[in-house]
Ligand binder design. Structure first.
Ligand SMILES: NC(=O)c1ccc[n+]([C@@H]2O[C@H](COP(=O)([O-])OP(=O)(O)OC[C@H]3O[C@@H](n4cnc5c(N)ncnc54)[C@H](O)[C@@H]3O)[C@@H](O)[C@H]2O)c1
Length: 433
C-alpha cells in the first residue's frame, strides 16, 4: 500500500519526536484520529509519564491521553530506531536562542540526523518546530536525502508550523488553520492529506519557506504590537492617563484596530524568541529588521521599567526597595498556564533580589522557583501576608486570584496586568502599569 492509501485508511504509523507543549497534544490528536503513534523523546521522565498515561501538559485532555495509551494507539520511547517503522514523522523539538540571541537549531539537526538513519521510501517527514525561513530546504532536505532517497518521489518533506495558543479554550490544534508547505507538489499532497485526517482546516502554501516565514511573521506581529502598547503605557504614565481606558476606547472602532495590552514583558517559548530567528536570517540578505530589534528592546526593557516604577511608588511612601517586603502575585508567563519559560516575572524578581528586596511569591501553578541560585517556595495568600507587605505586585493575573481581597488587604497594589479591573469600590491603593 502506498503512503496516501495508508494515510486515508489510517493504517499509517506516526512518529512524533519531542513530546512537549506541541508534540504531546499532536500525538494524542493523531491517536484519537485512529493512527498508531510512537512518541520519541530524549527525556526519560516524559517517556515514562506518557506510557503510564500521566498528563503533564494542561492543554491535553487527560482522559484522551489515558485512552490513547490504554488502547495501545500511543506509546513513547527514547529509542529512535522506532522511526524506521513509521510512515510519517513529525518533528516538534525546541528551537531556542543562543546566549547571543542567534538561532539554536541543534535539536532539529540532531533529530534529523537520527531520522536519516531510518528514512525509507514512502515516508513523510514534517517539521513543526518554529524556525527561520529556509530551514526545511537548507538543513533537513540535504540530511534526509544523503542516503539517495529522491524527494517528492520516495521521500516527502514539508513544513507545517504549530500555532497552538496555550490556554486558549476555543482554538486547539484540531480547529486552528494548519499551514502546510511541501518541498514539491507531491510532498504538499502527502502532508495535506495527512493533516486533513485530524484537523478541520488546512491552508496550503507554495513552499516550506512561505510557511516558515508566515509562522515567524505572526509572532513578529505580536511582538511589535505588544511593544507599541508598552511604549504607549509608559507615555500614559508620564502624562497621567489611564492606558487601559485609551485601549478600550480605541477598541470601539469597528475596523482597523486590534487591542493589545501592556505588561511587564513578554514570555513563553515563542514571542521573545522567534522574531530573532528572522532577524538573524535577514542579515544574509543585507536586511536589518529594525522593527524586530526595536520591539525586542522595548519588551525586554519592561521588567526594568516595572522595577523603576515600583521604586518610585515605595519612595513616595517612605520606603526603599532594599528590605521592603514585596509579595509577587503570579510568575508564569501567561495567566492560567503552567509555563514559566522566559517569563518576565523572573526577570523582575531577579532585579528586585539584587536590590535586597524581601521577596515572597504566590502562584498556584508554580510550586518553586529559583532566582540566581536562590530557591523560593510559593506561599499562600493570607490577610496577614497581604497586610504586612509593602506592595502586592501582580505580574501574572491568574483567574484564581481573589482580587477583591488583594485590593482590600494590601496597602499598595502595583498591578502590571490590570487583573484588578473588575474590583468595585475603593481602589485608591491600586496603581496600574
Ligand atoms: N509552546 C508553544 O506554545 C509553541 C507554539 C507554537 C510553536 N512552538 C514551537 O514548537 C517547538 C517545540 O516547542 P515546545 O513548546 O513543544 O517545546 P518543549 O520544550 O515543551 O518540548 C520539546 C520536547 O522535545 C524534547 N527534545 C529536545 N531535544 C530532543 C532531541 N534531540 N531528541 C528528542 N527529543 C528532544 C524535549 O525533551 C521536550 O520534551 C518549538 O520550535 C517552538 O517554538 C511552540
Amino acid at each position: 500500500m502506498g503512503l496516501l492509501e495508508k494515510i486515508k485508511s489510517h493504517s499509517a504509523v506516526v512518529g512524533v519526536v519531542g513530546l512537549g507543549y506541541v508534540g504531546l497534544p499532536l500525538a494524542v490528536l493523531q491517536a484519537k484520529a485512529g493512527f498508531r503513534v510512537f512518541g520519541v523523546d530524549e527525556a526519560a521522565a516524559k517517556v515514562g509519564q506518557v506510557n503510564r498515561g500521566e498528563n503533564y501538559i494542561s492543554d491535553v485532555n487527560g482522559a484522551e491521553l489515558t485512552q490513547a495509551v490504554s488502547s495501545g494507539r500511543l506509546s513513547a520511547t527514547g529509542d529512535f530506531s522506532v522511526l524506521g517503522t513509521c510512515d510519517i514523522v513529525l518533528i516538534c523539538v525546541p528551537t531556542p536562542l543562543t546566549r547571543n540571541k542567534e538561532p539554536d537549531i541543534s535539536a532539529v539537526v540532531s533529530v534529523t540526523r537520527q531520522l536519516a538513519k531510518y528514512a525509507h521510501p514512502e515516508m513523510l517527514v514534517v517539521l513543526e518546530s518554529t524556525t527561520y525561513p529556509g530551514t526545511t530546504e537548507e538543513v533537513l532536505l540535504p540530511i534526509l536525502t544523503e542516503g539517495g532517497l529522491k524527494v517528492g518521489q520516495e521521500l516527502f518533506i514539508a513544513f507545517s508550523p504549530e500555532r497552538v495558543d496555550p490556554g486558549n479554550r476555543s482554538f486547539k490544534t484540531h480547529n486552528t488553520f494548519k499551514l502546510v508547505g511541501g518541498v514539491t507538489q507531491a510532498c504538499l499532497t502527502a502532508a495535506r492529506t495527512f493533516y486533513e485526517q485530524s484537523i478541520v482546516k488546512i491552508f496550503p502554501v507554495s513552499s516550506p519557506r512561505v510557511a516558515e516565514m508566515t509562522k515567524v511573521f505572526e509572532n513578529v506581529f505580536r511582538s511589535v504590537n505588544i511593544a507599541l502598547v508598552n511604549e504607549l503605557a509608559m507615555l500614559c504614565d508620564r502624562m497621567g492617563l489611564d492606558v487601559y481606558e485609551v485601549i478600550d476606547a480605541a477598541a470601539t472602532k469597528n475596523f482597523g484596530f486590534m487591542p493589545f495590552y501592556p505588561g511587564p514583558g513578554v514570555g513563553g517559548h515563542c514571542i521573545p524568541l522567534d522574531p530573532y530567528y528572522l532577524a538573524w536570517k535577514s542579515k544574509e540578505y543585507d536586511v536589518h529588521t529594525r522593527f524586530i530589534e526595536l520591539a525586542g528592546e522595548i519588551n525586554e526593557g519592561m521588567p526594568y521599567y516595572v522595577v523603576a516604577k515600583l521604586q518610585r511608588l515605595l519612595n513616595r511612601r517612605g520606603f526603599c526597595l532594599n528590605g521592603a517586603e514585596i509579595l509577587v502575585l503570579g510568575v508564569t508567563y501567561k495567566a492560567d498556564v503552567a509555563d514559566w519559560r522566559e517569563t518576565p516575572a523572573l526577570k523582575v524578581m531577579e532585579l528586585l533580589q539584587r536590590e535586597g528586596t524581601k521577596l515572597t511569591y504566590v502562584d498556584p501553578l508554580t510550586p518553586t522557583i529559583e532566582i540566581e541560585g536562590r530557591s523560593y517556595a510559593a506561599v499562600e495568600v493570607t490577610d496577614e501576608r497581604l497586610g504586612r507587605c509593602a506592595c502586592a505586585l501582580i505580574l501574572t493575573a491568574h483567574s484564581t486570584f481573589d482580587y477583591e481581597r488583594i485590593v482590600r488587604q494590601a496597602p499598595l497594589v502595583f498591578d502590571t496586568r490590570n487583573g484588578t479591573r473588575h474590583v468595585k469600590g475603593n481602589k485608591a491603593n491600586v496603581v496600574l502599569l
